[in-house]
Ligand binder design. Structure first.
Ligand SMILES: C[S@@+](CC[C@H](N)C(=O)[O-])C[C@H]1O[C@@H](n2cnc3c(N)ncnc32)[C@H](O)[C@@H]1O
Length: 234
């Protein structure tokens, strides 16, 4: 995320927190721009991706912590920076998330909200967004909360409504070839993932999305969906 890294490069951040981090992907993107950062805590409700994340973060000051972003076990005003990426659509209780982010950031500290949006994705980025829709459907059918991402206007509205002051916004995307390779692999896995639903009422929706995905992938290829990045303060 070149613009993110450029925007962060002039800032002094010693201690950061990336909530809902999964394998620390966004923590790594931030650290590529943050020269003097001494510690980036990477928090997630699930520790499933921590081992893989620790390998990817070797040599970086990232420490993975298991915990709920909506009820964090940190003192008030603990971090110079608190970020959440691609996860607003995974967390049903955004009121608690925003309250906790506000509580643990230092006065004058930086909040970053980075979120894949649903309006205006084009080319290979649209393919990624359709692939993401498949994940939403499959998670939803399994009873896991997973929304289909919001419009840019809606994301901005949520951040403003939560009482944060927006300082800067821009759109950016992940260029890491390893991430793009994984997207190609995930497209290839779709037929196998929807197969168990054959003959069930959910199958129509999944088959329709899979057909749209195949057509878009064949014409546009795939690249990382674009994210709206918001820098804000309390
Ligand atoms: C799409 S992944 C995040 C990806 C990562 N931030 C990135 O941009 O590379 C969503 C993550 O949210 C986590 N999550 C959902 N609810 C959470 C909560 N209440 N507290 C912490 N993590 C949560 C999930 O476990 C999952 O790892």
């Amino acid at each position: 995320m070149k613009i993110l890294q450029q925007e962060l490069s002039s800032l002094t951040i010693q201690r950061g927190l990336d909530v809902a981090t999964r394998d620390g992907g966004f923590a790594r993107e931030m650290l590529n721009g943050l020269a003097g950062c001494q510690e980036m805590l990477a928090l997630d409700l699930s520790d499933k991706a921590f081992e893989k994340g620790a390998k990817k973060c070797q040599g970086l000051p990232v420490n993975f912590v298991k915990g709920d972003a909506c009820a964090m076990d940190f003192e008030d005003h603990s971090f110079d920076l608190v970020a959440v990426a691609n996860s607003l659509h995974h967390i049903p209780d955004l009121t608690s998330l925003f309250r906790e982010m506000r509580r643990v950031v230092k006065p004058g500290g930086l909040l970053i909200f980075s979120e894949m949006y649903c309006d205006g994705q084009e080319g290979g980025a649209l393919t990624h967004w359709i692939l993401h829709n498949m994940d939403c459907y499959l998670d939803t059918f399994k009873g896991v909360y997973h929304d289909r991402t919001y419009t840019k206007a809606h994301i901005l509205h949520m951040v403003r409504e939560a009482g944060f002051t927006i300082k800067k916004t821009f759109c950016d995307y992940v260029e890491d070839p390893a991430v793009v390779k994984k997207l190609h692999e995930r497209v290839a896995e779709v037929p196998e993932r929807i197969k168990p639903y054959e003959g069930r009422p959910e199958y129509g929706l999944l088959a329709g999305a899979a057909a749209w995905l195949k057509e878009t992938y064949e014409t546009e290829g795939i690249s990382s969906a674009h994210q709206l990045v918001i820098f804000a303060e309390v």
